[in-house]
Ligand binder design. Sequence first.
Ligand SMILES: *Cc1c(COP(=O)(O)O)cnc(C)c1O
Length: 385
Amino acid sequence: MRERTAGRGFATRAIHAGEHRDPTTHAHNTPIFATATFTFDTAADKEDAVDRSLAWEAGHYFYSRTGNPTNRALEVKVASIEGAEDAVVASSGMASVTSTLLAHLTSGDHLVVGDELFVISRVLLDEDFPRRGIDVTSVDMTDLTAVEAAITPRTRMLFFETSTNPHLRIADIDALAALGRRHGLTVVADNTFLGPALVRPIAHGADLVIHAATKYLSGHGDAVAGVVAGRKDLLDPIRKQTDTFGQAASPFSSWLVLRGIRSLQLRSRAASMNALQLAAYLEAQPQVDWVRYPGLPSHPDHAVARRLLGEHAGGMLSFAVRGGVAGMAAFTDHLRLCDIGVSLGDICTLVYPQPKRGGLIRVSVGCEDVEDLLEDFALGLSFVR
Ligand SMILES: *Cc1c(COP(=O)(O)O)cnc(C)c1O
């Protein structure tokens, strides 16, 4: 196999890493290895593959829960674009969160987490972990003094999202990683809301980076998958945990994510440019109460965002209109182009109204023509009294 990605740029690695022509057929694209099991010429070959697989060595195959070549191609690609030694894929973003945390924490341990986290991570940490004797303290990750004050002698891990949901607070990854290192903690960043085309947490000192590959990595809203990348010694217990918990990724989902990542940089930049224009537009409208977008000077973490993200501040924005929940519904229910739906990172714009948050509207800005998005938002706003 020709190694053609070492030392190359981000887009080149996103397109080529982990993939090569099929050695038997010369098929250009990576096959979907739809097989439960793998077969061997000899008993000795079988024994070798099983021994390596059950030592959770990547790249050896005997059964697809433990390892599969399509899943492995995705691991190699994600490791390459995150600047990591290796990666482990799983059946969902939550599978990656769970296996990562539980592979590195045990009863009696304590972890410090962001006070704004993806809702199911929140449920895992608040309801499931205490039951298992793992204590959790939630703090505002943009308040470094509070983060340090929450660390105890039993603290093992710092877990936060690089951009939070839905208020889009941007974590100062360098500062948090330095703090974690000083206290001997494993620093884990969920980078789902930004993605590796915009920021690569490992280069900023994080130990492990998690993605709901369902979102930006897939990019087309057609797969559910998760991945964690980082140092191999930290990933080995996660690989094992993913297998023992039965969280194997589907090769078909991995294939969709492989395809999605090839256009990740193009999509991330296009979505960021659209989001900046929409956010600036919204901020200038009298019907809009407030707008949160890290690329706007009005954002509380704008300086951190500029340092970490440069000019592409991501595709996510949140805002609220006059009239609270009634205003929110007046806006969302009159949109004609943008769909109302949860999830994010899709090439299509998705609008997620949150009446329980006082009418907050979260937008995952897609890659449509920005004029059409602006027209649709203007239409929605015209119904806000
Ligand atoms: C969606 C999401 C997850 C979970 O991913 P699934 O693939 O839905 O399980 C984890 N973290 C963040 C920040 C997310 O947005």
